[in-house]
Design a protein around this ligand. Structure first.
Ligand SMILES: Cc1cc2nc3c(=O)[nH]c(=O)nc-3n(C[C@H](O)[C@H](O)[C@H](O)COP(=O)(O)OP(=O)(O)OC[C@H]3O[C@@H](n4cnc5c(N)ncnc54)[C@H](O)[C@@H]3O)c2cc1C
Length: 366
C-alpha cells in the first residue's frame, strides 16, 4: 500500500488548485483523476470565462486548464495518477484506485488527509423514451464536440436555458449544427442575458414555461414533443408542438458527486440551494471527519472560480494541519476566505450563500 500526505480525488479546477497550494508548502500530494487528461470540466470549455478577474475571467476554460496543468508539472512532490477512478473508502481509511480503460490495475493508497473534489454529475429528466440513443447530457455533448471533435447529432433540441444550456447551444451553432429550439420549464431564462441574446439573434426560439413531453423514434431519436406547462409544472393540453430533431441535449442541472463522502461516513445534508446532498463542512472546507476535506462542485454546485478558491483553502489548511509551514498563516488563510466572500458578494450568489450557511459547521468533529 502506498502512503501519501494528501490524496486529492478529482483533477478539476478545485483539485488542481488544492494540489498546487498544498505542494507549494512542501506537502507530498497524490492527485487522482478518472479523465485521460487533468482539468475536469475546464478542458471542454472553449468559451471565455465569466466570474472574477482574479480567477481567470475572460480566459477560456481550456487555457485555464493548460496553465494549471503546467503549474502541477513544476512540483516534483505531486504524483498524478490519471485515467484512474477512486472506487472506495474503507474502514482502515485507505482508498482503492482502479486504473486503466479496462480497470486493469488496482492500487491502495493511504493518506494523512484526503481532499474530495469529485465535481458533479448531470441530472436526467423523466420523459417517454428517455433511453433512446440520441439523448445526451450537455456535458457529454461538450465532451464529444470540444474534446474529441465528434458531432453529436444534426438537429438538436436543448432542454434548459441556464448558462450551460445557452453556452452549449451556442457552441453547437458555432460547430454548424442546427439547434431547433431551447425549452425552459421556468417562466424566465436562468442564464445570463448576454448568452441568450446571442442565440436569439440567430433566430433560435427559446420557449420559457415549456418542457419536453415525449420523444419518438425506432432505433434513435427522430421527433420530440414539447408542451407548455403551468406554474405547477403540469402540461397544458393543446399546447404541444412537434419538432423533427435527432438529438436531445439535457442541461437541467448538476448534482454533487458525493458517493465517497457517504462511504467515508461524513455527515451529509440535503441542501436545495447547493443542488443536492453535500457534506457539512467548516470554513476550512473540513468535513465532520477530521482527515477529510472537500472543495468545488461536490461541496455545492457553483462555478470554477469558487471551486479554485475552495481548493486553495483546502490545500492550505490540509498542509498546515499536517505541520507544513506557511509563513504568513493565518493572514493567507483570511485573504483566501475574503476573496471567496467577495466573489459571492453579488445578487446572483444569494442562494449559494444561503445554502452554504445551512451546510456550515462552526465546530464539528468525529
Ligand atoms: C457548459 C459549462 C460552462 C461553464 N462555464 C463556467 C464559467 O464560465 N465560469 C465558471 O466559473 N464556471 C463555469 N462552469 C462551472 C465549472 O466548470 C464548474 O463549477 C467547475 O468545473 C467545478 O470544478 P470541480 O473541480 O469541482 O469539478 P470538475 O471540474 O467537475 O472536476 C472533477 C473531476 O473529478 C473527477 N472525478 C470524479 N469522481 C472521481 C473519482 N471517483 N475518481 C477519480 N476522479 C473522479 C471528474 O472526472 C473530474 O475530472 C461551467 C460549467 C459548464 C458545464
Amino acid at each position: 500500500m502506498k502512503i501519501t500526505d494528501i490524496a486529492i480525488i478529482g483533477g478539476g479546477p478545485a483539485g488542481l488548485s488544492a494540489a498546487i497550494y498544498a505542494a507549494s508548502l512542501g506537502a507530498k500530494v497524490t492527485l487522482i483523476d478518472d479523465g485521460l487528461e487533468l482539468g475536469g470540466q475546464l478542458i471542454k470549455q472553449t468559451h471565455k470565462f465569466f466570474g472574477s478577474e482574479k480567477q481567470f475571467a475572460g480566459i477560456r476554460g481550456i487555457e485555464i486548464a493548460e496553465k494549471m496543468i503546467q503549474d502541477i508539472k513544476e512540483y516534483d512532490n505531486i504524483t498524478v495518477i490519471a485515467n484512474a477512478t477512486v472506487t472506495g473508502y474503507y474502514e482502515d481509511e485507505a482508498i482503492t484506485i482502479v486504473q486503466g480503460v479496462n480497470g486493469e490495475l488496482l492500487k491502495k493508497l493511504k493518506a494523512n488527509r484526503i481532499i474530495i473534489a469529485t465535481g458533479a454529475s448531470e441530472n436526467m429528466l423523466p420523459f417517454v423514451n428517455n433511453d433512446l440513443p440520441g439523448v445526451y447530457g450537455a456535458g457529454a455533448v461538450q465532451t464529444l464536440m470540444n474534446l474529441y471533435g465528434v458531432v453529436p447529432g444534426n438537429n438538436i433540441l436543448m432542454v434548459g436555458a441556464g448558462n450551460i444550456g445557452l453556452i452549449v447551444s451556442y457552441q453547437l451553432l458555432q460547430a454548424g449544427i442546427k439547434v431547433s429550439a431551447i425549452v425552459e420549464a421556468l417562466p424566465k431564462i436562468g442564464g445570463y442575458l448576454v448568452h441568450a441574446s446571442k442565440i436569439r439573434r440567430l433566430g433560435i426560439p427559446i420557449y420559457t414555461s415549456h418542457t419536453l413531453k415525449e420523444v419518438y423514434g425506432t432505433d434513435c431519436v427522430e421527433r420530440a414533443v414539447i408542451s407548455e406547462i403551468n406554474r405547477n409544472f403540469e402540461f397544458i393540453p393543446g399546447t404541444e408542438k412537434e419538432l423533427e430533431v435527432d438529438t436531445i441535449c439535457l442541461a437541467v442541472g448538476l448534482s454533487p458527486l458525493s458517493d465517497l463522502l457517504w462511504q467515508a461516513g461524513c455527515q451529509m445534508k440535503y441542501v436545495t440551494e447547493l443542488c443536492g446532498y453535500v457534506a457539512l463542512r467548516d470554513d476550512n472546507m473540513k468535513t465532520t471527519k477530521d482527515k477529510i476535506y472537500i472543495a468545488g462542485d461536490v461541496a455545492g454546485i457553483e462555478e470554477a472560480s469558487s471551486a479554485m478558491l475552495e481548493g486553495q483553502i483546502a490545500g492550505l489548511n490540509t498542509a498546515v494541519s499536517l505541520g507544513y509551514k506557511c509563513d504568513n498563516y493565518p493572514e493567507q488563510d483570511r485573504k483566501l476566505k475574503a476573496e471567496l466572500k467577495e466573489l459571492r458578494d453579488n445578487p446572483l450568489s444569494k442562494e449559494i450563500k444561503r445554502g452554504i450557511e445551512k451546510a456550515l459547521i462552526k465546530e464539528g468533529r468525529d
